[in-house]
Design a protein around this ligand. Structure first.
Ligand code: AMP
Ligand code: ZN
Ligand code: FE
Ligand code: FE
Length: 282
């Protein structure tokens, strides 16, 4: 059963492998009605996505992004929807984060070499193009060299948060992320929260900081996990969101856009929340 709403999609301006135009064509073929392009620390794909959308007048695009934020020992991804993405402060923060990704990527390539995995930093840059350089680009370079069969295989031992070749980069805290998004009309939504320890207390705290929703209908989650998250979202007054988190990396079993998503009511609630934020800041 296909969903009609998919609020989590990546393109070549971060670690997705389809251009914004190709992604819009794919989501239209998948029968989606409302989508959000939500690239990591980057909104540069939105202009092209809106251009491509002209071919599909029945489909709606919500401007989005996925901010990487840090807490001690873990990482929290914060989605923002209906962001005023021409905001100067947002763009200067995103530019700084993308610069941090370059240094971090280079450091990871050096660490990999210490473990006998030799890839060229220049090749990683080529694969990434001029978008946000991410670990999946490093994974693709490793696959290309024959070290791993699929990109995801490189994460367990080397590229994951506790992997041997992991390196830190500058990030904001989730509270800072929520505040920055809210200031520019962006509705803050906690991404793929199932694995976070002490989720209930985190959610309570982030709600006070302005969190509006959390991902529930996330394609990689089981029915049991979705039921648990839906219960948490309801009890905390958070809008249940979700989508496929499609990257097109070519991993076995990768789920296509529209595999899962929230109901249409979610879109209306997000829109209403964004309207309130814009009114309260003007
Ligand atoms: P980065 O933006 O460089 O921190 O990379 C984050 C991206 O790496 C995520 O959006 C996923 O696409 C991918 N990723 C992170 N952890 C894993 C994992 N354990 N297995 C496969 N892909 C992962
Ligand atoms: Zn990603
Ligand atoms: Fe994410
Ligand atoms: Fe994502």
């Amino acid at each position: 059963m296909g969903a009609v709403v998919d609020l989590h999609l990546h393109t070549t301006v971060s670690d997705g492998r389809l251009t914004p135009t190709e992604l819009i064509q794919l989501v239209a073929r998948q029968g989606l009605k409302v989508v959000s392009v939500s690239d990591h620390d980057n909104t540069d794909g939105l202009a092209e996505a809106y251009q491509a959308l002209k071919e599909f007048p029945d489909m709606r695009l919500i401007p989005g992004l996925e901010l990487s934020t840090d807490i001690p020992g873990d990482e929290i991804h914060m989605l923002g929807y209906f962001v005023q993405y021409d905001d100067d402060e947002l763009q200067s923060v995103l530019t700084r984060f993308r610069e941090g990704r370059l240094e971090r990527g280079q450091a990871m390539v050096e660490k990999l070499a210490e473990y006998g995995l030799h890839i060229e930093w220049e090749r990683v840059r080529e694969i990434a193009g001029d978008g946000s350089v991410g670990r999946p680009h490093i994974a693709l370079a490793l696959v290309e060299k024959g070290y791993f069969k699929e990109p995801k295989d490189a994460f367990a031992e080397y590229l994951g948060r506790n992997g041997l070749a992991y390196a830190h980069r500058e990030k904001m805290t989730p509270e800072e992320g929520v505040a920055m998004l809210s200031r520019i009309g962006g509705v803050a939504v906690l991404a793929h929260p199932a694995q976070l320890p002490d989720l209930e207390s985190k959610v309570t705290h982030l709600k006070e900081a302005g969190l509006v929703g959390m991902e529930v209908h996330y394609a990689q989650y089981s029915p049991g996990t979705i039921a648990r998250l839906l219960d948490i979202a309801k009890r905390h007054g958070l809008i249940p969101c979700g989508g496929s988190d499609y990257h097109g990396l070519g991993n076995t079993g990768e789920l296509l856009p529209g595999t899962m998503g929230p109901p249409m009511e979610t879109v209306e609630r997000l829109e209403e929340a964004s309207r309130k934020l814009t009114q309260s800041s003007s």
